[in-house]
Ligand binder design. Structure first.
Ligand SMILES: [Zn+2]
Ligand SMILES: [Zn+2]
Ligand SMILES: [Zn+2]
Length: 127
């Protein structure tokens, strides 16, 4: 499974599913704060998945939180103009971590890392 597969499975698909569930509950319930309660439930579920190590939150500087499968290690390139996200598998942060540990007097263990790259996609570049 490569990064692109993770995105097609979890990216927009899963996210929109969770979103529409929350909105549907709001319409059905008819109460003004029903949608809010539903979103809290969704958030709690996501958080518990995160705590269990199944999902991890990815900070892509967008206004909505993004969760992805924690089991497949990969990184992202994000277009700062249109928000296009592309995953990539290449990672040399392990080597960097060893260097950081070597230079640090306060840390001796690196347990994880996150790395997201930001730029302009070809489509936005041509615009
Ligand atoms: Zn773009
Ligand atoms: Zn991803
Ligand atoms: Zn990495």
């Amino acid at each position: 499974m490569d990064a692109e597969e993770v995105h097609s499975r979890l990216g927009s698909g899963q996210k929109s599913k969770i979103k529409s569930k929350g909105i549907k509950g709001g319409v059905k319930g008819g109460k003004p704060d029903h949608k809010k309660i539903d979103l809290v439930t969704v958030y709690r579920t996501l958080t518990s998945f995160e705590e269990a190590g199944i999902l991890k939150q990815v900070d892509l500087r967008t206004d909505s939180a993004r969760y992805e499968l924690a089991s497949h290690h990969h990184h992202h390139i994000v277009c700062t103009s249109c928000g296009l996200i592309e995953g990539f598998d290449a990672c040399n942060v392990e080597a960097l971590s060893k260097k950081a540990i070597g230079e640090s007097s306060r840390f001796s263990i690196i347990s994880g890392h996150s790395l997201e790259l930001f730029g302009l996609c070809n489509g936005c570049l041509r615009r």
